[in-house]
Design a binder for this molecule. Structure first.
Ligand SMILES: Cc1cc2nc3c(=O)[nH]c(=O)nc-3n(C[C@H](O)[C@H](O)[C@H](O)COP(=O)(O)OP(=O)(O)OC[C@H]3O[C@@H](n4cnc5c(N)ncnc54)[C@H](O)[C@@H]3O)c2cc1C
Length: 367
């Protein structure tokens, strides 16, 4: 490393923890401020949006509602996550086996025969993104035997497409592993940053922290520095022993965007609503019914699943719904990751840290 810098980070969500890990790995001295009580996962929807996320890494499927640039960044991010997960797993200490952090088995898009119009619209969008064809694989239509072979739990009548190379993150284990493995990072829990300026983070108690480089990675907490809004998302957790699903499944439906994501321990996350509201109150009956009915319509074996948890959180979004990197000497802000934060964080951070001239562990082969 050329220079050991003092880095101050406001926010210990997806971006904040990944940045802390990547910069500490490269030998910088990193201090992180976050109002949360500590690094443990929160399931009350009041902490980082990253905890509530399903963890889908779906650059192709997200083309339905995102730009080609977002898809390309997402594709690059999957390769970076794979390397990060490998390093975190290798560094895992303790008597328990390392938890699963990342999986890349592709994902499935499925549609009921009656909804083929909705499916065709999404597939046309994928086919139309010709700029991406050289960089990313294409959706592959599956016939019934191929679908049965890949995911026997799915209704065999479904029309299905495999999106090769897509993956998933296990959000809580990944956030924990990043915090636990970030070498020598000074975590200041219970500390809210009121202002992040070049070389200075000012805390809610009026004290401040001077540093060579300040990173503003506070998600929705970065208001009013950025014109952010929260977009409500709701998920349902199901426990269904005996239902085997290897990869995330997205149902193409005219009215809902619903996906089912398998988690270890026979758990499934079904998500997610997208509502223009900053209401963090519990999941509504309408959302719960729609999400679960859609999930049950593709996996009938979920009928006896137990509903173990419902959660609401807010996605941090900018007016154009696109992510933004703002860099000036001594200050880097990244925000607006909206519905793709896990998908985009590594590539956006890599680009942002590059612009700030910071050596870090997200570059190929670095540090
Ligand atoms: C229901 C739902 C499902 C989702 N599913 C997916 C998915 O499948 N795939 C995907 O890629 N993305 C998904 N997302 C989006 C993803 O979770 C977000 O885009 C991502 O978490 C944004 O990362 P972030 O680090 O910017 O913000 P966050 O993860 O929200 O972290 C922000 C951090 O900043 C801290 N903070 C706030 N205010 C302050 C302050 N004043 N001072 C210091 N720290 C502060 C917070 O405590 C938090 O720890 C989903 C989101 C939701 C809500």
């Amino acid at each position: 490393m050329s220079q050991r810098l003092q880095i101050g980070i406001a926010g210990a969500g997806v971006l904040g923890r990944l940045a802390a890990w990547a910069l500490a790995e490269a030998g910088h001295h990193v201090t992180v401020f976050d109002p949360a009580d500590g690094p443990a996962p929160r399931q009350d929807g009041r902490g980082a949006a990253g905890y509530t996320a399903a963890g889908m890494l779906s650059p192709l499927a997200e083309l339905d509602n995102a730009s080609a640039e977002v898809a390309l960044l997402g594709w690059q991010s999957i390769a970076i996550w794979s390397r990060v997960a490998e390093r975190l797993t290798a560094a895992h200490a303790g008597s328990e086996p390392a938890p699963l952090l990342f999986r890349q088995l592709g994902s499935l898009m499925v549609a009921h025969g009656s909804d083929l119009g909705a499916a065709e619209r999404v597939l046309a969008r994928l086919r139309g993104a010709t700029d991406l064809h050289a960089a990313m694989p294409q959706a592959q239509a599956l016939d019934r035997p191929a679908l049965r072979e890949l995911e026997p739990a799915l209704d065999p009548q479904l029309r299905a497409w495999l999106l090769p190379g897509e993956g998933q993150i296990l959000p809580a284990p990944m956030l924990s592993a990043l915090a636990a493995s970030a070498r020598g990072v000074d975590w200041r829990w219970g500390c809210s940053a009121d202002e992040v300026a070049p070389g200075r983070i000012t805390l809610a108690d009026g004290t401040w922290h001077d540093c060579d480089q300040a990173l503003d990675l506070r998600g929705l907490g970065a208001r009013p520095a950025l014109p952010l809004r929260g977009v409500r998302g709701e998920v349902v957790w199901l426990h269904a022993p005996g239902v085997a699903l290897q990869r995330p499944v997205r149902l193409l439906h005219p009215r809902h965007r619903v996906y089912i994501v398998p988690r270890p321990g026979d758990l499934f996350v079904v998500g997610a609503s997208e509502i223009e509201s900053e209401d963090r109150s519990p999941v509504s009956l309408r959302s719960a019914v729609e999400l679960m009915a859609a999930a049950h319509s593709v996996i009938s074996g979920l009928a006896e699943a137990r509903i173990v948890h419902l959660e609401t959180n807010l996605r941090p979004a900018l007016p154009d719904n696109e992510p933004r990197i703002e860099a000036e000497p001594g200050l880097l802000r990244i925000n607006g990751l909206f519905r793709h934060g896990w998908l985009l964080a590594p590539a956006l951070l890599r680009d942002g840290l590059r612009r700030a001239g910071l050596v870090n562990a997200l570059e190929n082969g670095a540090p």
